[in-house]
Design a protein around this ligand. Structure first.
Ligand code: NAD
Ligand code: MG
Ligand code: MG
Length: 331
């Protein structure tokens, strides 16, 4: 079992007199920086001059600098720009400004684990990764709660890397919920597997296949959308708050019986074998090198073509019409 840490295990005072630079002010960036500031940690923001977030960060009360300048001013540098841009930004703006004793930080292990970033000796390399999207990291903190987070130590030059990771995690509110220690390898591989096989790739393919089956059998696409796509949230919310058994307690006995009878015919031994293959391609770097070369090839043609093809699926237009009927979905 994993080791858990809470606020009482964290010592925020290790960050006293230190400056944290948060590079990027997107989903995670705005949340980490605002929480750290409210926790009393001196936090500055690093962005491109042209960034639309520049004004937003200033309005939130931050000193904002160009990425290289922020990295130079900081003792701890948290890289919260998109993973595929990290190697370029690191080479141009961060690496030239790293000093011995600095702490280089990430919220996902991809760049370091797959050696897209190879930090010099003399810096600590750590991860603090909230298990939730940025807006939840911020709103939970503002309500006196926190989002559980992972920490990992790739390099401990100072001998205090774990203390830095715990202090930063506490600063963003994670110590109120629980902090789990992992490794860059474990976080990266499980994160990629989860999003590909289950959360994103698996779930959307399952919903689409169910939708297509009903539509091809002559049922109304609107009915197919409700049953196979829209209602997923009701079930997932039950699982999310209380687990599988409670979800099954909440649904009808008919639905529960059908669940036991049919689930194993959908996720078959063949599917499980394929999941193991997918995991293998993540572990041996096949997936990473494919995605890295897609980004290097300029234009990301295959990626963008898939985005377009997927967005043209019948379920998208049917769903857009049905969602207009649901006033509570409108922001
Ligand atoms: P994002 O796309 O929301 O934000 C990226 C930000 O980077 C932009 O808002 C912009 O301010 C900045 N940026 C873009 N190009 C830049 C450049 N050239 N120079 C400087 N700044 C630039 O990204 P995110 O989702 O917050 O992801 C950041 C990191 O957090 C990633 O490593 C990701 O894997 C990790 N993470 C994300 C989530 C999540 O739910 N979004 C959860 C856990 C970890
Ligand atoms: Mg991920
Ligand atoms: Mg039903």
């Amino acid at each position: 079992m994993v080791k858990m840490y809470y606020d009482s295990d964290c010592n925020l005072s290790i960050l006293e007199g230190k400056t944290v630079a948060v590079l990027g002010y997107g989903s995670q960036g705005h949340a980490h920086s605002q929480n750290l500031k409210d926790s009393g940690v001196r936090t500055i923001i690093g962005l491109r001059k042209s960034s639309q977030s520049w004004a937003k960060a200033e309005e939130a009360g931050f000193e904002v600098y160009e990425t290289a300048e922020a990295a130079k001013k900081a003792d701890l540098i948290m890289i919260l720009v998109p993973d595929e841009l990290q190697p370029g930004i690191y080479e141009a703006d961060v690496k030239p400004n790293l000093e011995e004793g600095n702490v280089l930080m990430f919220a996902h292990g991809f760049s370091v684990h797959f050696k897209q970033i190879d930090p010099p000796e003399g810096v600590d390399v750590i991860m603090v990764a909230p298990k939730g999207p940025g807006h939840v990291v911020r709103t939970a903190y503002a309500e006196g709660q926190g989002v559980p987070s992972l920490i990992a130590i790739e390099r401990d030059f100072s001998g205090r890397a774990e203390q830095y990771a715990l202090a930063y995690a506490a600063g963003i509110g994670a110590g109120r919920a629980g902090i789990i220690k992992t490794t860059f390898k474990e976080e990266t591989e499980t994160d990629l597997f989860g999003e590909q096989a289950v959360l994103c790739g698996g779930v959307t393919a399952l919903m689409r296949a169910g939708f297509d089956t009903l539509v091809e059998a002559g049922y109304a696409p609107e009915m197919a959308y409700f049953e196979c796509i829209h209602e997923m949230k009701l079930i997932v919310d039950l699982i999310n708050t209380k687990g599988f058994a409670f979800m099954r307690y909440s649904i009808s006995n008919t639905a529960e019986y059908g669940d036991y009878r049919t689930g194993k015919r959908i996720i078959t031994d063949e599917t499980r074998r394929e999941m193991k293959k997918v995991l293998g391609e993540i572990q041996d770097g096949t997936f990473a090198s494919e995605w890295i070369s897609e980004n290097k090839s300029g234009g990301r043609a295959k990626f963008l073509a898939q985005r377009r093809i997927q967005s043209e699926h019948l379920s998208e237009s049917v769903g857009a019409e049905l969602r207009k009927m649901m006033s509570w979905l409108k922001k």
